[in-house]
Ligand binder design. Structure first.
Ligand code: IPD
Ligand code: CA
Length: 265
């Protein structure tokens, strides 16, 4: 299916409206969320996550009542026939949000016929807004952004995350990869919002990100923002990354992509 730039601009405009409205609502509860529930031993959900997702879906539904939604807090896994699918993480960084650690974001991606075509990421605490669509470059607060051109791992700042199941028997704990990166890169960061981390790769303030077991909503919008900023999002073997796969994802600038994949895997 072909989309015009005007259609895609409209999706972005709506995504921005929804992300900002949810983000502003969340700010009132930063560090002091209403009810906090445990989804697993350490995986939290707050009433604010649920309300933010409701705000976002209501805003989008009012313009597109026939579209489908796949969100962290309320939706079911989509079937492949769902032509317009909004993939939503109402608060990416819920643990940070609940503790008052200042790093979380609202993430909204739109997939059409199985391809991500539009992305919006909003960081309420800084008001930074990242956008991209398939016919436009990635932007931060309206300005075009690009990945860095750093060539060497030892000159690279890299980012990772540890998914909740890392603590479980059989879960992938990422320690081997963490240790290799520690010894071969300039420095590692882990700050608890995968979507923000992908935006950092896109704007060139870090060179590579990897994590295992991420959910589709943790990656959907950020991956398009990396790609439209000239970066690569792939599996460890360099194949296109399927956001529903829950395997390893590696995102980086083009120059170090082979090097980081070879180092880690
Ligand atoms: C989490 C964050 C974190 C990553 C976890 C994600 P959530 O998302 O993105 O950085 O390490 O794997 O689940 O649960 O805060 O939306
Ligand atoms: Ca998330």
């Amino acid at each position: 299916m072909k989309h015009t730039k005007e259609e895609l601009d409209r999706y972005i405009e709506l995504g921005v409206k929804a992300a900002k409205e949810a983000g502003e609502y969340s700010l009132k509860y930063f560090g002091k969320p209403k009810k906090v529930t445990k989804k697993g031993e350490v995986d939290l959900v707050t009433e604010v996550d649920i309300e933010c997702e409701r705000i976002i879906t209501e805003i989008i539904k009012s313009s597109f009542p026939n579209h489908f939604f796949f969100g962290e807090e309320t939706s079911k896994k989509p079937s492949s026939s769902e032509a317009h699918l909004w993939v939503i993480d109402p608060i990416d960084g819920t643990t940070n949000f609940a503790h008052g650690y200042p790093k979380y974001s609202v993430s909204i991606g739109l997939r059409i016929d199985g391809q991500t075509v539009a992305a919006v990421v909003y960081e309420p605490l800084t008001k930074n807004l990242y956008t991209a669509h398939s016919l436009s470059p990635s932007r931060k607060n309206g300005e075009i952004i690009e990945v860095s051109n750093t060539n060497e791992l030892i000159d690279s700042l890299v980012i990772t995350g540890f998914y909740y199941d890392a603590k479980e028997e059989g879960g992938v704990d990422n320690i081997e990869q963490f240790s290799k990166a520690l010894k071969n890169t300039r420095a590692i960061r882990r700050d608890g919002s995968a979507v923000m981390n992908l935006c950092y790769i896109a704007e060139g303030c870090a060179e590579a990100f990897w994590e295992h077991s991420l959910q589709a909503w943790d990656v959907c919008a950020g991956a398009l923002i990396v790609e439209k900023a000239g970066g690569i999002v792939s599996t460890p073997k360099g194949q296109p990354y399927d956001i529903f796969s829950r395997g390893w994802v590696v995102a980086s600038n083009k120059n170090i992509n082979d090097k980081i994949r070879t180092l880690l895997f």
